[in-house]
Every structure is written in structure tokens, then in C-alpha cells.
Design a protein around this ligand. Structure first.
Ligand SMILES: [Zn+2]
Length: 455
């Protein structure tokens, strides 16, 4: 007991003591991270030396991302400096978006005019949304935060997340799944304020695989849809744990990712009513979207996005019903190895994506599509934050202040999604797999006043 108190006191003393290094006259008086989500977080440092400090450079990492970002804020060289870097969540050039729940570390590098330098030990930070009075349920694997609705509501989401996580991890044979952070926003406006800029208006949930964070918009009265959305997002999370890394991410078509997530929403793998209408209509009118156009991302428009979810689900269900789960699992394993789309299909199934598409169309009674890649409509890749995987990452310039890492930036002319007067379908988003049944639950038709999402 006394030893415990002693240790606590020592730790407290250490945490307040100036951080110094014997070899360097540079002394860090204090350092901190001020959180102001969804606008910014601020890295603040006070330091002194025997000669004017002329360089202070902060390097910031996020858990799950190998490369860090480095910034050199401007200040007047002096023996005693107070310097800060404002990491803007809304501007790529000075940080960029990070979801709440992102864990990371940072360090400062200091140099003075006498040639001394000093690097602070790495300090940890967590991106926090302090605008809400969060209630939390957590175990070592999953942490659910919500701010509206009863304890029963939070327990329902937490319970579903635990079951789904264990189920999908078992199905996908994943042993080490990183802890997951789940944030439930009850209000649509507040949800979009917390999402990255340029999020599609139909976003209802969002998985950030690299950070292990899931954000969902679930009103407490929509708990049935919320459970469905939780399974959907957990599917994405576990699948991305499996194919972790850029190679796997690039190999797996987006329609496979989303199709599986919808497939996994319920234990009986029934169609999601929100997508089924658009899909049935497209089958009737022969206006299905070519699979090739859904390889990298889904359409921006709500109607087309609903169709994209509906038909991605339909193709995945066709593959599993027609050729079995083992083949599908083998396909995912191929993606995990970095084997790209068509090659993986040919390797596992013996046919190409175009051939698969026509087999599926035949099963629907839809005319075959002429295979001509030159005439296929495609959706131009738009580098936004919407697809939260690292698919579209591009190297950043190396001029200081610079990002060492890469997060795609929205183009200057990227339009902000206009508010829709219609009632878009929900849409979940995110990504994953799976194969099997989850907990049984009834499906309550849900209409959202805004929209849904993709991952
Ligand atoms: Zn999804």
C-alpha cells in the first residue's frame, strides 16, 4: 500500500517535472495538446536554452499509420520560447482530419544557435470530441461511446459490437484485432459536423480502418437499424484487420467490401430494405451499374449509392450461394496477399470479373452486358477523405511545414455536398465480410432525414 502511494507520488512528480536531458542545455518547460474537435488540436511547447532556440519541429504519428507528419511552426528565436502548432482537422495542409478516438504520439525536435539539439520523448495523445457528454461502455476489445438514449440503448450497441467482432474474427481467422472505438452520434447535424469535410450526404456510418474507429449516426429510437449498422461496420473493421496494409486494400474491389458488409448485417443475409428498392428497379429497367465502375468507390448521388450497395450485396450473395463460402474465403485470402481483382477471381473461381458479372446478370434475368472495357462508364477517382482507407494516398510535398505521411487532400474545387430535400436512404458504410449468422433481430424500416454513408 505504502509502496503504491510512493510510486504514485513519484509518477506525479515525474509528470510535472521539466523534461531535460543531461547532455543538452535545452530544457522543455512544458508541453501539451489542447483538443478542440472538430476544429483543431494544438501542440504547445515552452522551452529554454543557453542560446536562442531557432528551430522547433513537431512530428506527429497516429496508431495504425506507419509514417508521421512533420511541421515546423514559425516563431522568433529566443532563449525562452513558447511555440505551438495548430493541427487543423478541416485543412489538409495543416494536419487534416482525424476521427475522435484516434490514438497517437508526438515528439518535438529543438535546436539552438549554439548547435545544441534535443528531442523530447514521445508523448501520447487521443483525439477527443469534448462537445458531447459521452457515456461509455468498454472492455479490452471494444469501447462504445454515446450521449443520447438510455443505458439500454448503449448496452444494445455494445453487445452487438462484441458479438459481431468475435463472430467475424472467428470466421475470418483473425487473432489479433486492434481495439475498436465506436462513437454513436444521435443527431444528423452533429454527426456531419464530426465527420471529415466533403462526406457524402448519404453517410450513416463510417469506419476508419487505419485508426480502428467507427462513427455512426443512430437515433435512440432507431436501435433496430443501429444494430444492423453496427454489424455492418464491425464487418468492415474485421475484414480490414485481415487485409491490413495498402496492398490488400488496393487488391480488394470496393463492391466486395461493401457487398459483404450488407450481407453480414443480419443473420439470414436478407436484403437491406433501404437498398433493395433501387436495386429491384434497376434490374427491371436494365440500369445496373457495371461492376468495374464500383471497384474503387461508390457514386456520390444518394440514389446511385443505394443501387451500388444493393447490387454489391446481390453479387456477393450470388457468389456465396452459387460457389460456397470456402471459395469466397479463398478470394479474401487472395486479396490479403495482394492479388488484385481479376487475377484473384481467376485464381480462385476460374473466371474474370466481367464473366462473373454476366453470370450474375443471367441469374437475375437481365440481358448480358457487352464486355468492352473501353466503353464502360467509370467513376473518376476523387481524392477526398470519404474512403477512409488509404486507397488514394499520394505523397505530399516535402517543403516545410510538411507532412511526412500522406492523407489525400480534397481538391480545391471539390463541391460540398448540397443538402438534399429528398430522403436519401441510409447507408452504412464501411466494409467487411462474412459469412454467417449473427444474432437474430428484426428489421425495422428506417427512414433517415438525411443520409447514409460509406466507408
Ligand atoms: Zn459499408
Amino acid at each position: 500500500m505504502r509502496f503504491g502511494i510512493f510510486c504514485t507520488l513519484v509518477l506525479l512528480a515525474l509528470s510535472f517535472a521539466p523534461v531535460t536531458r543531461a547532455q543538452s542545455p535545452i530544457v522543455v518547460e512544458s508541453q501539451s495538446v489542447e483538443m478542440d474537435f472538430p476544429d483543431a488540436m494544438r501542440f504547445v511547447l515552452r522551452a529554454s536554452s543557453v542560446a536562442p532556440i531557432q528551430l522547433a519541429r513537431v512530428t506527429v504519428w497516429q496508431r495504425g499509420v506507419a509514417l508521421g507528419s512533420r511541421y515546423t511552426p514559425a516563431f522568433t528565436p529566443k532563449e525562452n520560447i513558447s511555440v505551438s502548432f495548430n493541427w487543423n482537422f478541416q485543412a489538409f495542409s495543416s494536419g487534416g482530419y482525424l476521427p475522435p478516438g484516434t490514438h497517437g504520439e508526438y515528439t518535438w525536435h529543438l535546436e539552438d544557435s549554439a548547435g545544441n539539439s534535443y528531442d523530447t520523448p514521445r508523448q501520447s495523445y487521443i483525439v477527443q470530441d469534448k462537445t458531447k457528454n459521452w457515456r461509455i461502455l468498454a472492455n479490452k476489445d471494444v469501447r462504445v461511446s454515446w450521449y443520447k438514449g438510455s443505458d439500454v440503448f448503449g448496452e444494445a450497441i455494445f453487445g452487438r459490437a462484441i458479438v459481431a467482432r468475435e463472430f467475424f474474427a472467428r470466421e475470418l481467422e483473425i487473432e489479433n484485432v486492434e481495439p475498436l472505438e465506436i462513437f454513436v452520434y444521435a443527431d444528423t447535424r452533429e454527426f456531419f459536423e464530426a465527420l471529415p469535410p466533403f462526406s457524402a450526404e448519404w453517410t450513416g456510418g463510417r469506419m476508419f480502418p487505419e485508426y480502428g474507429v467507427i462513427m455512426m449516426n443512430i437515433a435512440p429510437e432507431n436501435v433496430e437499424w443501429g444494430l444492423r449498422a453496427t454489424s455492418h461496420e464491425l464487418s468492415h473493421a474485421i475484414l480490414h484487420s485481415k487485409i491490413r496494409g495498402t496492398i490488400g486494400q488496393l487488391a480488394m474491389p470496393h463492391w466486395v467490401d461493401e457487398g459483404l458488409a450488407v450481407y453480414n448485417e443480419t443473420d439470414d443475409h436478407a436484403p437491406d430494405e433501404h437498398f433493395d428498392e433501387a436495386f429491384t428497379d434497376a434490374v427491371r429497367r436494365n440500369t445496373l451499374i457495371p461492376l468495374r465502375a464500383l471497384q474503387q468507390r461508390f457514386p456520390d448521388s444518394s440514389d446511385q449509392a443505394q443501387l451500388a450497395y444493393g447490387q454489391s450485396y446481390s453479387v456477393v450473395k450470388f457468389m456465396i450461394d452459387q460457389y460456397g463460402r470456402e471459395k469466397f474465403a479463398a478470394l479474401l485470402n487472395a486479396y490479403q496477399q495482394g492479388v488484385p481483382g481479376d487475377t484473384a477471381l481467376r485464381q480462385v473461381y476460374g473466371f474474370t470479373q466481367d464473366e462473373l458479372e454476366n453470370s450474375w446478370r443471367t441469374s437475375l434475368g437481365v440481358p448480358l452486358r457487352e464486355i468492352s472495357s473501353a466503353r464502360l462508364p467509370t467513376i473518376a477517382p476523387r481524392p477526398t477523405y470519404e474512403v477512409s482507407s488509404s486507397l488514394n494516398n499520394t505523397p505530399a510535398p516535402t517543403v516545410e511545414p510538411t507532412r511526412v505521411s500522406v492523407v489525400q487532400s480534397p481538391p480545391p474545387d471539390a463541391p460540398t455536398p448540397a443538402p438534399s430535400q429528398s430522403v436519401p436512404a441510409n447507408a452504412l458504410c464501411g466494409a467487411v465480410l462474412a459469412l454467417g449468422g449473427l444474432v437474430t433481430f428484426s428489421f425495422l424500416k428506417r427512414r433517415r432525414a438525411f443520409s447514409g454513408g460509406q466507408d
